[in-house]
Ligand binder design. Structure first.
Ligand code: BGC
Length: 744
């Protein structure tokens, strides 16, 4: 049938929907299942389902059925998609199963399913782009690939701030500043939501170290808590609107996070008005009645506390039915709100090439140029006739972050042990993206030679006989373990020093998931932080090295000079009895559920995380938060600030150099002395692309909350009247513009 052109697709869809809605079959379906009415809101629809549910069906929705991707098939999870978590559906009521997949920087258990995923650059890398649109694209890609692989719930959205930069999961998070991290995770979540999957934010809260994560009791005062780690979550929850919040393994001020009334009921559900459900981290549930009352809605991955025990507690009246219904309501409302019920997923083929391009572009905007003496970069191919590429398996691949974030890239591990077909827990994975090949492709007239870097003398000899040497260094990170220190391995420090001593035209490329120290920093001509670079990292890197792309990333985390400069000289280790040793994991599940004896970690630095600590202590750093070079230069002028509902900061930004480039213009505020805050805090930024000579007026609207302190007595953010200094520039330690405004 042909319709007149003026009938757009939307109008046709409405006509068909109305016709279908009016059919007798649909009328009957609606009478039986009134919640299929999309005209109702998610809360009303969830309540209608609850009215029709049995007790067993309700209990089924609040606990997991094991870890299908790692464990033998059971009758409960036989129909699962073999992800890391599964809740069977209730076909009688038209409620679909929930299939969960880890998805920090891509969809994780793909190879087990015979499907691959695009590995994006590490989350920390994306934070270095300071680009909210890039974060949205990042999340949207994950959402699409989840759906394509048959999953309808993401376990991503990590936003614990880098209070402890040696944390083994720093690469999965978004840096040290709560406003940058919160805004970026909110965009990422919105992107994932666009694919109609249940989205998640994690690990709530203060899961700031991996050492003894199952036992550690993080102590922090409320004001510092609200203004630091919790602020990142507050922005993520209120602006990103995830459907799920994952509570963490650790304790906070005496109570496990997953049975912590303050965190779950008071802060998350009451103050932030979070409507979705709280899911425990895997094996982070420790009680039935206490957890339920404190606001935990769902136990994962088993049913130790939220299965039979929960049912008995309801039957005996220990847990009121209304409390169970409140948890079930949150799960159901999320199924409606996310679109999982109204837009059921179908497996589809993903386009690996367009997704690779997205991964590459995000990496291109995330690479940070840390040093560039005499503008050695970008490399002009005609100048360099011989190039030495050295170290870190740069002939075949680039390193990625491990643990539950690990993605199996297309092509598998570039350094795969014989007989192994897919990635393994706690084993480094090298994405098959070859810097050597990417560099050689951009320098067709040069002789490009590789040295593995295992013998510094041999590597130095090759460097000496080459025009330019590019030496790669890496630091692998993974969930469950922290770094002993900020240092690279001794071998790599020696290698870099030897190569740089042999050739003044040495460029160091770092593949790290956190800040590293650089005892050799003065020696090389250039230093590039490429992070964990993702599936097409080598092309992104080579585009930056040869100038097809002008670098624009800025550090989302301070690079300290040494561990000695941090609030804690080392990461506090648990006593033996608080360690989750293999013996602990061999205990029956119910025994494990009892948990481990606490050990205290005092976050006495409070709000002074990252640059706030270094500013307050007046300490020099290696590279400051917010820092990053470009192949062009930028000028700042004409600062104007005005108050109002939002504080408006505007200034002129000029590209004063010879190349097109993007600048991240950062706005910081120093609060009145009475606020008793660290010297300054980031309050906004804008990433602006300018042609050579071009200038633009840049306006940054600053939310008054970001200029406030958290007043614990009033349980609210409060702006203290007084003089605020606004500082504008290209890093947290370089402010060409500065002015004061009196705010009330
Ligand atoms: C991690 C979570 C992850 C879960 C499921 C836990 O060990 O902390 O981030 O989502 O496992 O794999």
């Amino acid at each position: 049938m042909k319709y007149p052109a003026r009938f757009g697709a939307a109008m046709l869809a409405t006509i068909f929907a109305l016709a279908a809605a009016g059919s007798p079959a649909n009328a009957q379906k609606r009478a039986e299942r009134p919640w299929i009415n999309t005209g109702l809101g998610p809360d009303a629809r969830a309540d209608l389902v609850i009215e029709a549910m049995t007790l067993n069906e309700k209990i089924q929705l609040i606990h997991g059925t094991g870890i299908p991707c790692d464990e033998p098939v059971t009758p409960e999870n036989a129909n699962s998609n073999r992800g890391v978590g599964y809740i069977p559906g209730i076909p009688r009521l038209g409620i679909p199963a929930i299939n969960m997949a880890d998805s920090a920087y891509g969809v994780r258990p793909s190879a087990v399913n015979g499907r691959y995923s695009t590995a994006l650059p590490a989350n920390l890398a994306t934070a270095a782009s300071w680009d909210l649109h890039a974060a949205y694209e990042y999340g949207a890609l994950i959402g699409r690939e989840l759906r394509a692989q048959g999953y309808n719930m993401s376990l991503g959205g990590g936003v614990n701030i880098a209070r402890e930069p040696r944390n083994g999961r720093t690469f999965e998070y978004l840096g040290e500043d709560p406003i940058l991290a919160g805004k970026m995770v909110a965009s990422l979540i919105q992107g994932t939501r666009s694919a109609d999957v249940i989205t998640d934010i994690k690990h709530f809260a203060f899961n700031d170290q991996e050492s003894g994560r199952m036992a550690v009791d993080a102590h922090i005062d409320e004001r510092s808590a609200r203004e630091s780690d919790l602020l990142a979550f507050e922005i993520g929850v209120t602006e990103g609107e995830p459907d799920a919040v994952m509570c963490s393994y650790n304790r906070v001020n005496g109570n496990y996070a997953c049975e912590n009334d303050f965190l779950l009921n008071q802060v998350l559900k009451k103050d932030w008005k979070f409507q979705g459900f709280v899911v425990s981290d895997w094996n982070a549930t420790h009680s039935t009645e206490k957890a339920s009352k404190a606001g935990l809605d769902m136990e994962q991955p088993y049913d130790v506390f939220y299965g039979d025990r929960y049912k008995k507690a309801v039957e005996s009246g220990k847990i009121p039915v209304a409390e169970l219904d409140a948890h079930v309501h949150r799960v159901l409302r999320s199924l409606f709100d996310s679109g999982v019920i109204d837009h059921p997923h179908e497996r589809v083929e993903i386009d690996p090439f367009s997704d690779l391009e997205i991964a590459r572009k995000i990496e291109e905007s995330s690479i940070v140029l840390l040093k560039n003496d005499e503008q050695i970069l970008p490399l002009a191919p005609e100048r360099w006739k011989s190039i030495a590429v050295i170290g870190a398996h740069s002939d075949v691949g680039m390193i990625s972050g491990g643990g539950s974030a690990q993605v199996d890239p297309p092509g598998g591990n570039a350094i795969m042990p014989p007989g192994q077909r897919h990635t393994k827990w706690m084993k480094p994975v090298w994405f098959p993206t070859s810097p050597l090949r990417a560099i050689a492709a951009r320098a067709p007239g040069a002789e490009v030679k590789y040295d593995a870097g295992t013998d510094p003398a041999a590597a130095a000899a090759l460097a000496k006989s080459s025009d330019v040497a590019i030496v790669f260094a890496y630091k692998w990170s993974t969930e469950t373990v922290d770094h002993y220190s900020l240092a690279l391995s001794e071998d790599q420090n020696k290698l870099i020093a030897a190569v740089a001593a042999a050739n003044p035209h040495t460029i160091v490329v770092l593949e790290t998931g956190n800040a590293v120290s650089m005892p050799w920093v003065k020696a090389p001509a250039a230093i590039v932080e490429a992070w964990y670079a993702g599936s097409d990292g080598a092309n992104a890197l080579a585009n930056v090295l040869f100038g097809a792309i002008n670098p624009s990333g800025k550090l989302p985390i301070t690079f300290p000079i040494s561990d000695e400069d941090l609030p804690r000289k080392t990461v506090k280790q648990p006593p033996v009895e608080s360690q989750d040793t293999p013996a602990f994991w061999n205990l029956p599940k119910s025994e494990r559920g009892k948990g481990l004896p606490p050990f205290d970690e005092n976050y006495s630095e409070g709000v002074k995380v990252g640059y706030k600590w270094f500013d307050a202590e007046n300490r020099p750093v290696l590279f400051p938060f917010g820092y990053g070079l470009s192949y062009t230069t930028f000028g700042y002028s004409d600062l104007k600030v005005s108050g109002g509902d939002m504080v408006t900061v505007s200034f002129t930004l000029t590209n004063t150099g010879q190349r097109l480039g993007a600048e991240i213009a950062e706005v910081y505020a120093a609060l009145p002395a009475a606020a008793n805050e660290p010297p300054k805090r980031l309050v906004g930024w804008s990433k602006v692309t300018l042609a050579p000579g071009e200038k633009k007026t840049v306006t940054v609207e600053v939310d008054r909350k970001f200029l406030s302190i958290f007043d614990v007595g009033k349980n609210a953010w409060s702006l203290l009247p007084g003089d605020y200094t606004l500082l504008v520039g290209g890093s947290s330690r370089d402010f060409p513009l500065k002015t004061k405004i009196n705010l009330k």
